[in-house]
Design a protein around this ligand. Structure first.
Ligand code: NAI
Length: 401
């Protein structure tokens, strides 16, 4: 019998929904590159229900308990008195979500001698110290592709809403105004703009594909160059460095994982190389940009706007400066946890658990670390290192929790 600790975000403040806005989800059988959707032997939830918060339990309880395992579900994740910390000593599996990350630092991994599997119900395993996972022989897996399209849709929404000045205009309506000049004094068309993505993996490529019909000029930088046919189809300009790309772009969207090469990539120096009045859309990870350099750039006009859904730490403290800086379009970390995405990552989490408990191989495309080294997607998209090390020293972190 294994202890499975599952850390999820809190339920809605008014309790779990009694009904939903829509009755069903569109049927999708495979992802854009042909990868199959999750294939668990069964699911114990109705797709379209809220599964990602504590009471939703990712629909896992019936399956785990029927197989004799213990399931602990909690949102209490930070600090020495958290529920997570209490269960670390005998947890065999820790399930976490990037939206509400259970940071598995080296210190925590040292307190979890039985830990075998760190499973991300979503995409992005930077909340796990990958070096420590390698050292302790812990498998790190995530549900690759489960919410990549969800994020790509969010990125396009944010690009268009920033460039057209949607949020301030919506605000004028709520305030009872009809202030057309106030609304349009910062409003432009996306048509004709140069838009570049840092990384063209599952999300980055989906963003490029979705933007193609907008009659824009598309650019990308990635450590893996896309096939020539794709570059031609989308009329892409490839750059051999981020610096080279940002110089020519009106909008830069960041879609790379957080690891040692991308940590703090958009610092003061990088931002100063961008066109004055460019926009940054970051739905990848908060720590890929320098928090305060972004604030200064939004204040000075070097950036016309900044939007995204990823912060550090998460949850972001009440006084996080991105909440109040000018021209931002931030949301909490939601782009990858639409109800549609939840159905996929809950099923993918179940698939990975079934494989783990039945001794069957976990799909290669779900693996980040296995057998003491980066594996699968981890070997292609990550670099070794620790992106959790300042979790305990970041100002405001403890306060927020
Ligand atoms: P992916 O693995 O398909 O693509 C990642 C791409 O990044 C690969 O093409 C890789 O070559 C490239 N890359 C890695 N290091 C790089 C570097 N130093 N410079 C340039 N390119 C680099 O992953 P996917 O699905 O596209 O997701 C990307 C990231 O987006 C995730 O790791 C996660 O951090 C974030 N994400 C955010 C979500 C949200 O809800 N906001 C949800 C899902 C993912």
């Amino acid at each position: 019998m294994a202890k499975v600790v599952c850390v999820l975000y809190d339920d809605p403040i008014d309790g779990m929904p009694k009904s939903y806005a829509r009755d069903d989800l569109p049927k999708i059988t495979h992802y854009a590159d042909g990868q199959k959707l999750p294939t668990p032997k069964g699911i114990d939830f109705n797709p379209g229900e809220l599964l990602g918060s504590v009471s939703g339990e990712l629909g896992l309880r019936k399956y785990l308990e029927a197989n004799g395992h213990e399931l602990i579900v909690t949102s209490s994740k930070d600090g020495p008195d958290s529920e997570l910390e209490k269960h670390l000593h005998d947890a065999e599996v820790v399930i976490s979500q990037p939206f509400w990350p259970a940071y598995l630092t080296a210190e925590r991994i040292a307190k979890a001698p039985k830990l075998k599997l760190a499973l991300t119900a979503g995409i992005g395993s930077d909340h796990v110290n990958l070096d420590a996972a390698v050292e302790h022989g812990i498998t790190v897996a995530e549900v690759t592709f489960c919410n990549s399209i969800s994020v790509a849709e969010h990125v396009v929404m944010m690009i268009v809403s920033q460039v057209r000045n949607y949020l301030p205009s919506y605000d004028w309506v709520n305030k009872g105004g009809w202030n057309i000049a106030d609304c349009v004094a910062r409003s432009y068309d996306v048509e004709g703009m140069h838009i570049g993505t840092v990384a063209a993996g599952r999300i980055g490529l989906a963003v490029l594909r979705r933007l193609k019909p907008w009659d824009v000029h598309l650019h990308y930088f990635d450590r893996h160059r896309l096939p020539e046919a794709v570059e031609k189809e989308l009329n892409l300009t490839w750059h051999d460095s981020v610096e080279d790309m940002v110089k020519v772009c009106d909008v830069v969207t960041i879609n790379a994982p957080l690891h040692s090469e991308t940590l703090n990539l958009f610092d003061e120096k990088m931002i100063s190389k961008m066109k004055r009045g460019a926009y940054i859309i970051n739905t990848a990870r908060g720590k890929i940009v320098d928090r305060d350099a972004i604030v200064r750039a939004c204040e000075s006009g070097q950036l016309a706007g900044y939007a995204g859904d990823v912060w550090f730490p998460q949850p972001a403290p009440k006084d996080h400066p991105w909440r109040t800086m000018p021209h931002h379009g931030m949301t909490p970390h939601i782009s990858g946890t639409s109800l549609s995405a939840q159905a996929r990552y809950a099923a993918g989490t179940r698939e990975i658990l079934e494989c783990y408990f039945e001794g069957r191989p976990i799909r290669d495309e779900y693996l980040i670390v296995q057998g003491g080294k980066l594996a699968g997607v981890g070997a292609r998209s990550y670099a070794s290192g620790d992106s959790t090390k300042d979790v305990d020293t970041t100002p405001g972190f403890r306060k927020a929790n």
